[in-house]
Write a protein that binds this ligand. Sequence first.
Ligand SMILES: Nc1ncnc2c1ncn2[C@@H]1O[C@H](COP(=O)(O)OP(=O)(O)OP(=O)(O)O)[C@@H](O)[C@H]1O
Ligand code: SF4
Ligand SMILES: [Mg+2]
Length: 365
Amino acid sequence: MTTLTAAEATIQTDTTLAPLLRATNVVKHFAAPTPLWGKVAPPVQAVHHVSLAIYPGEVVGLVGESGCGKSTLGRCLLQLIRPTSGHVWFEGKDLTTLNEKQLRPLRQGMQMVFQNPYSSLNPRMSIGETLAEPFLIHQKALRLSTKEIFPKVSALLNKVGLPTSAADRYPHEFSGGQRQRIGIARAIALNPSFIVADEPVSALDVSVQAQILNLLKDLQAETNLSLLFVAHNLAVVKYLSHRVAVMYLGQIVELASVDDLFHRAAHPYTHALLAAVPDPTKRGIAPSLLEGDPPSPSSPPSGCRFHPRCAWATDRCRTEAPVLRTLLSNSDNASPSSILLPNEKRPLVACHEAEKVLAAGGKYA
Ligand SMILES: Nc1ncnc2c1ncn2[C@@H]1O[C@H](COP(=O)(O)OP(=O)(O)OP(=O)(O)O)[C@@H](O)[C@H]1O
Ligand code: SF4
Ligand SMILES: [Mg+2]
């Protein structure tokens, strides 16, 4: 019998809530390539036992160092890559049990905005053709005549701030920011209820980033979209998200409301990420609380995966992996808003020493 983590137990027992998307125990391991000689390396543990629920109209930010598994998790949720194990429920259906044909109608409701607006659009298709494609694929189900498609393309362009005449042009004629608007238009074409936005602004100039973030924020509020918003930049995550999940080496180590995460973080890794955010009021580069590079996801450390880099590590951390759990002293420490939230939305943390870390404000004496 599989043992449930505290988070999964909470998810499975709380029947008063209705998340739009719910992932339990999702694992994605990639087999290492077969070498010409020598031993085959162990698989890359890109995502390792991740559980997460996203509610209607909720934006969940996903942050963590490069290579920690953010994109892989996003793609597993959408079934763009199939998880090695675990389950993903969307609109009440377990996507992991469905084949491609069964998934097709559900794909209308869940879309992705990609990081790189330069490579995510087909250079040989006009913008009109690109935006008409989702309608053509689902034309029968949507009961659309071909004549009805162009007005929809035009409306989409206008919605993301582009003129109808953009339909006749090709991707190379647009700037990065405009291309990302087109990527967003394509993602929202079929009125999805859930979008994974995988670093949608990190390839853009800072001046354009704010415009795209505002566009996403407006669309989210207007259509009550749920978003998994992947980003490196914590300031960006703070601007857009209701809750934030912090990922380290394939696992979620802390999941909390923006307010709790930014003011009452309980995981040493979250504190290290927060300390690395540049403070415009101070000169110089913020000192890093993180030592060394992240370990290889092919051979993660025993016990807590963060222990080789953690100032708070004890002997227990080296042997026993912490589960994602609510804080023991939650009612004393959490903000009033989080106390009122249902169980599943309470701050969760995977750290043996979380209560001490929280009490010390992350500063190891
Ligand atoms: N198709 C694949 N085959 C083998 N390994 C992969 C594959 N895709 C991702 N990985 C590995 O899985 C791990 C997680 O990768 P992923 O791209 O999900 O990280 P990320 O957090 O999105 O990183 P970044 O912030 O750089 O985008 C990395 O070690 C990566 O090399
Ligand atoms: S469980 Fe131990 S090693 Fe891991 S983050 Fe907490 S204190 Fe550090
Ligand atoms: Mg990525």
